[in-house]
Design a protein around this ligand. Structure first.
Ligand SMILES: *Cc1c(COP(=O)(O)O)cnc(C)c1O
Length: 389
């Protein structure tokens, strides 16, 4: 048999060696503390699960769902956007539920990218933006996110020819992996740039509700004109600890949403309805769980940051997301340093190079591990540092 070229063109998976090493250590019974998993450790709140269980008993939910989701879910998403961001959406045309936002992000490339086409993709970034571009036969053009620019792309630095040829631009704030945030002025500039170059904008924003000290990250959709040029991907995964249930949404430009619906309706048959019912409950029910989760994450953040700085990893304090993006000491690559922490301290982190060339020199710590494990991890880091002094 012969596999399609589009698969051979995908870059190799960089973490093969380090992941094998972790698996070998664990198989030998070594206790590895993992700061590398970007997945909330706490369970989905009870009221959401109860709702899902009831819905699972209802036979109308046992049949094929519709690709565009329950009208009531689209309505609940529109209401949530209005309540949270003051953004008015037409639930029939400007809202589409997804099987997790990753699914919609991946399929959006099929709506815009033809062989040889360009998508503007941040570097470092969540890998799906560039991978889906390549699977569709296109090429990512990377926009470096530099610490001196607060991890925002510099639109001026994109060559005119590339900008004019590009079809899509990906953005993601609050940002994974850097923890950086963007304000409405930045989004305004992005819209201006998109208009100038006839680009469609996709803003991926699953972390607007994971934020600290009262900070409320804005939506791209709040800026006038956003709906003319783009869409926003959001998700219930990080907000309500629902990663395992697979449910998210895309909102905004109706033409882009209709294109994505046309692709999806030929590939999938929607989201299991009991899960859609759970999502309605999550969006409309008590939001207390969000503040509770953030208080826990903030406490973990504030425990970890001082230790990282003490051991020579320069880390900014994130105002949103559950990630800490830390600069490794001079003389190490991100993979070298991650291996050193694994071998000498029994700690797993994600090497920054996995998110792109500009991620070199950084490692990512995720705060999604139980408090006792975090405490133990901090102890190991301090002890390791004392041994190395
Ligand atoms: C977690 C994450 C997603 C995917 O979320 P799902 O809705 O669970 O698919 C998308 N983008 C970024 C940046 C993420 O960190």
């Amino acid at each position: 048999m012969q596999l399609a070229r589009r698969l051979n063109n995908l870059p190799p998976y960089l973490f093969v060696d380090i992941n094998r090493k972790i698996a070998e250590k664990q198989a030998r019974g070594e206790d590895i503390i993992s700061f590398s998993i970007g997945d909330p450790d706490l369970p989905t709140p009870c009221h959401i699960i109860d709702h899902m269980c009831q819905a699972a008993h209802n036979p109308t939910n046992h049949r094929y769902p519709e690709t565009d989701g329950l009208p009531e879910l689209r309505q609940a998403i529109a209401e949530w956007y209005e309540k949270r961001f003051g953004v008015i959406l037409n639930p029939g045309k400007e809202v589409l539920p997804l099987i997790g936002s990753k699914e919609g992000i991946g399929h959006m490339a099929l709506c815009f990218i033809e062989p040889g086409d360009i998508a503007l993709v941040p570097d470092p970034s969540y890998p799906v933006y560039s991978m889906s571009t390549m699977i569709a036969g296109g090429e990512p053009h990377f926009m470096p996110l530099k610490e001196e620019n607060d991890f925002l792309p510099d639109f001026e630095a994109i060559p005119e020819k590339i900008a004019n040829k590009a079809k899509l631009m990906w953005l993601n704030y609050p940002n994974n992996p850097t923890g950086a945030i963007a304000d409405l002025d930045f989004f305004e500039n992005a819209i201006h740039f998109a208009r100038q170059h006839n680009l469609a904008v996709c803003h991926d924003t699953p972390y607007t509700e994971v934020a600290f000290e009262g900070y409320k990250p804005p939506s791209f959709m709040q800026v006038p004109g956003a709906k003319e040029v783009g869409v926003e991907f959001h998700s219930l995964s990080k907000t309500y600890h629902m990663t395992g249930w697979r449910i998210g949404m895309v909102v905004g430009n109706s033409q882009m949403i209709d294109a994505l619906f046309r692709v999806k309706s030929n590939l999938d048959s929607g989201i299991p309805q009991a899960i859609q019912q759970a999502a309605i409950e999550a969006l409309r029910g008590s939001q207390d769980c969000v503040a509770e989760h953030n208080a826990i994450l903030q406490r973990r953040r504030d425990k970890l940051i001082p230790v990282l700085n003490e051991i020579g990893l320069k880390a900014r304090i994130p105002r949103a997301t559950f990630y800490i993006w830390a600069k490794v000491p001079q003389g190490y690559t991100s993979i070298d340093f991650a291996e050193k922490l694994l071998d000498e301290a029994g700690i797993a982190v994600t090497p920054g190079i996995g998110y792109g060339k500009e991620g070199e020199g950084y490692i990512r710590f995720s705060l999604t591990l139980a408090d006792e494990r975090l405490e133990e991890g901090i102890k190991r880091l301090s002890a390791w540092h004392r041994r190395n002094k």
